[in-house]
Each structure stands twice: as C-alpha cells, then as structure tokens.
Design a protein around this ligand. Structure first.
Ligand SMILES: Nc1ncnc2c1ncn2[C@@H]1O[C@H](COP(=O)(O)OP(=O)(O)OP(=O)(O)O)[C@@H](O)[C@H]1O
Ligand SMILES: [Mg+2]
Length: 513
C-alpha cells in the first residue's frame, strides 16, 4: 500500500495537506490526528462509516469549522481559514452533504446569494441569469433559473448546489455526498463534469456511500474510521472489497427475502391511482397505477429518478392528492383521510427528503425518535416518560444511531445518523404498512444491512414493507417482489430471482446510460 500517511515531506503534486488534524465537540473526539492530502488534478475519495469524521474533516478544510489542533498547508505553506469566504478566496469550495439552499429563493438567487454580480446599475440580474443558464446547460439540467428552489425535486436541488459550487472558479472542490438524490443519468453528467475539471488541474475530494459508483471516479482512495485514517491507496491498487474491509472491518450481506411463512391478506391496495405533476408539468406523475401488497410481503419499487416512485408513496401517505383512484388500507378506503389519520390507521412513511420532512431540527435525538409515536404513551394528558424512554433507547439501538444519548441535539449527529433517526421514528409507530422512500440514502453499508435486517424481521412479524431504491443490489436483497416504475406506470413486475439486466432494461436505464 502506498500513501501519504506518516509522510513528513509534502509531495509536489499535493495542493493541500492536512497535518495531524484533531477536532473534539464537547467530549466527542470526531477527528484524532488525521493526515490527509489533496492531489492536484485528481479525485481523492474519502470513505468511512456514518460518524467516521468525513464531513468534519471537510468542514475544517473549507473554513466552516476550526480544528482543535493540527495544521493545514496550502501549496506547502501553513494557512488558517477563518471562514468559508476566506477559504473560497483561496480557491476552495464545498458542496455540503445537507442541502443549504433557501427554499423560497430562485435558483439564480441561491447561486449568487452573498456574491451578487454588480454592474453600473446595481445587481446585474440579467448577467447572473445568463451564467446560471450556462451552468445548468453544462449540467444538462432543464431548469428555469427563476424557479423557486422549493418547487424542484430533491435531485434537482442537489444539482443547484453543484451549480453553485461550479459558479466559483475553484482550485479545490469538495463534494460531500453530491449524488445521494441523483439519477444514474445525472450521475453520469456529474462524472463527465468532474473529469473536465480534473483535466484542467482542479482537485476534487469526493465523499459517497454509493461505494461502487464512487470507485468509478476515484483516482486515490482514503478511508477514515472512528476519526483516524486507516488506509490510503491509488485506485489501481484497490477494489470494492478493500474499501469495505477498511471501512468496517468485515463484509456485509444485504440479506435475502425472508421465507418459511405465508403472506396474510392484502393490507394495502392501490386502485387506478392518478396523480398530476405537482410542479404543474401537465402530465401525470402517477398514471393509473394499481398495486396490492399483502401482510408479510416486501415489495421493492425500482425506477429512474422521475419515474414517479416518490409521488406514489407520498400520495399513499396523504402528502399529495390524487385526482382519481382508490387507496385501501386494511379493507377501508383512506383517500379522504389526513396524513395523521392514516398514520393512526397503521400507515408509516419514511420520506425521501428527511432533512426537511423527517426531523425537527430544534428537538433532541430522543424527542425526534418518539415524535410520531407519542400518542402511544399518552394516557389522558399524561405521557408515560418511562415507556417513552424505553422505546427511545430501543430505537437508538435498533437502527444503530451513533450518538451521545437521547438528549443530544439532532444537529450534532452526522448526516447518516440523522437519517437513521428518521427511520427509527417511523418504525416506532409499529405500523401495518411501512413505506420507505430510498431508505439507504446517506447511510453506510453496515447500517444499511442493519435496516434491511429489521425490515425483513418486521415482514416476518406480519407487517407489509414497500421501499424504493435506485440501487439494483438493494432491490435484489430482501424484496419478495420487484416492481419497475416508468413514467408513472408499472413497466414490469418480477420475482426475487430476476436478473439485474432485466431490471435495467425494464426501467429504461439501459437507454439512459
Ligand atoms: N456540531 C456538532 N456537535 C457535536 N458533535 C458533532 C457535531 N458535528 C459532528 N459531530 C460528531 O462528530 C462525529 C463525526 O461526524 P461527521 O459528520 O464528520 O461524520 P461523517 O463521517 O460525515 O458521517 P456520515 O457518513 O454519516 O455523513 C460524529 O460522532 C458526530 O456526532
Ligand atoms: Mg457526513
């Protein structure tokens, strides 16, 4: 294994070097003396479990937070970044893991917020708009620069974040989970853009839990584990097994469909559901869909971004309105019921955008976990604190949340651990039907295996599970049945023994790629 660890000399191809960086947050040692090199014109990929310290290290290198100790060398010279603006002035930009856009502002205003283009007549909005159009064209994304960001789907918001980072001329561009909500086609465009940048000498740091995808763009891989660097090697010397081994120390299996029991009656039945495009596109995002799910059954809904998976689940949960069709839960029509009433009837949704929909940022980890199930502990006006506490402790263990404890602020958790809290919160309601929209987004391979194991156990216990994913291997794990959605319709339906190629062909992925 070659690598920079322990090396004292700064090699000439290293633009930025972190030396012995440590960071502690009130007792938690997030980084324990890390050496990390960013190589000129290369993609350095940083791998590591949830809470390993990846985002913390990147925030230090981009001026967002200050290290407790250690040194940063830019072109071999020591430097201190006092703020993100300071780092940006030195050519370092970051795309954050958690989207940081202002929802009610337009795409253009988000991209130029705080660094407006000033002409003789004040802010030159026309020039800003022209530059945004150019950036979006480069990213092959058909979005009007004047659209408010809140009207965009999650993946498009992520592309706006990327466009904002690209709008500054950077020497070093840090991408913390840039593709977690992107489609395969969008990822490919991003990778082409990254290659164009590295060809021009720009250095990239790339972080992702899509390990195979990340390896495609990696020139040099680095693994962080529990705040320490455990491995570093050029791409030519490593493979996926190397990454997993160094990340978690063992290999994980995502499981197989649970068997040895009979499915119960149909608990969720969707009949002829029609949902118009919420963004006013004039077409149906869910187009006469019908689907039956039995108690004990696990169904995976696979499809490209924009196929209508999110809208289908959100409509079943009552967040979007259908124009026609029926949703029957446990034999009763629920289309006219509110979100809360559907939850009370045993329907739970883990939404795609967990940052916005899933968590209350001002509450603690424990409060967030028990939020959805609070009714269960309420007798009259009293909440049984003891019961609630027991349930919170169990949830934290079940979904392996890495936290100081139930009283920690939700914002103190790493990105992936916040996602796990949302999953734990919905599972705690003990639903009849569990809907999960991309449950593995942002969570590491060990936690992913754990979540799938829990879902399989829930199915054996008689709950129905419906989840979406953009990763083939996740479909080919615990699902009894795989439904391929395409343009709001069911394009195909398979059993768990289907071949990867058939799924790709049915979803249109083969054409998109
Ligand atoms: N503001 C904060 N206050 C307290 N603790 C924090 C804060 N930010 C991060 N931490 C802790 O530091 C550790 C590292 O977190 P970090 O966000 O760097 O992990 P990560 O590797 O990016 O994980 P993920 O893959 O989940 O995004 C975690 O234990 C986290 O709880
Ligand atoms: Mg992170």
């Amino acid at each position: 294994m070659s690598g920079a660890q322990g090396q004292q000399e700064i090699r000439s191809d290293v633009v930025l070097a972190a030396r012995n960086i440590a960071k502690s947050y009130s007792g938690i040692q997030a980084l324990k003396g890390v050496n990390f090199d960013i190589r000129r014109g290369q993609v350095t990929t940083l791998f590591g479990e949830n809470g390993a310290g990846k985002s913390t290290l990147m925030k230090i290198l981009s001026g967002v937070v200050q290290p407790t100790s250690g040194e940063i060398l830019l072109d071999g010279k020591p430097i201190v970044f006092s703020s993100t603006t300071d780092a940006r002035n030195h050519g370092i930009s970051i795309i954050h893991q958690e989207l940081s856009l202002a929802p009610n502002l337009s795409v253009r205003d988000n991209i130029f917020m705080g660094r407006e283009i000033i002409g003789p007549m004040g802010v030159d909005f026309a020039e800003e708009e022209r530059q945004v159009r150019e950036l979006l064209k480069e990213l092959e994304e058909d979005i009007d620069p004047l659209t408010p960001v809140e009207e965009l789907r999650l993946g498009q918001q992520q592309i706006v974040e990327i466009a904002r980072a690209l709008s500054v001329d950077s020497r070093i561009l840090i991408m913390d989970e840039p593709t977690s909500a992107l489609s395969a086609a969008e990822v490919e465009v991003l990778f082409r853009v990254i290659r164009d940048l590295t060809a021009r000498g720009v250095s990239i740091v790339y972080i992702s839990h899509h390990l195979e995808e990340a390896l495609q763009i990696t020139d040099h891989a680095v693994v962080l584990r529990d705040g320490s660097m455990t491995a570093s090697a050029p791409r030519s010397e490593i493979d996926l097994a190397w990454v997993v081994r160094n990340m978690v120390g063992e290999n994980y299996e995502l499981g197989s469909p649970p068997s040895g029991y009979d499915f119960g009656p149909v608990v969720l039945s969707v009949r002829n559901l029609v949902v118009p495009d919420p963004a006013g596109g004039g077409y149906n995002v869910v187009d006469h869909m019908s689907l039956d799910v039995r108690a004990g059954e696990i169904v995976c809904i696979y499809g490209l971004m924009g196929a209508g998976r999110t809208e289908l689940l959100e409509t079943i949960a009552g967040r979007l309105a259908a124009t026609s069709g029926e949703i029957v839960l446990d034999g009763k029509e629920v289309s006219h019921l509110s979100i809360g009433e559907r939850i009370a009837r045993g329907l739970a949704l883990v939404p795609e955008d967990r940052q916005r929909d899933g968590l209350v940022q001002t509450m603690s980890v424990g409060q967030n976990l028990s939020l959805a199930s609070i009714m269960e502990f309420t007798r009259g006006i009293f909440t049984s604190l003891k019961l609630e506490r027991a349930l919170i402790d169990k949830s934290i263990r079940d979904v392996t949340v890495k936290t100081d404890g139930p009283d920690a602020a939700i914002g103190s958790l790493s990105g992936g651990n916040q996602q796990k809290v949302v999953i734990g919160k919905m599972l705690a309601t003990d639903p009849k039907v569990i809907l999960l929209d991309e449950p593995s987004r942002g969570i590491d391979i060990g936690a992913k295996a754990e979540v799938f194991r829990i879902l399989a156990a829930r199915a054996v216990a008689g709950q129905a599970v419906v989840y979406t994913t953009s990763e083939l291997n996740e479909c080919l794990s615990i699902a009894h049945r795989i439904i391929i959605m395409r343009r709001g319709r069911i394009a195909a339906e398979f059993g768990s023994d289907v071949a990867k190629e058939d799924i790709m062909a049915a979803s249109g992925e083969a054409e998109a790629a």
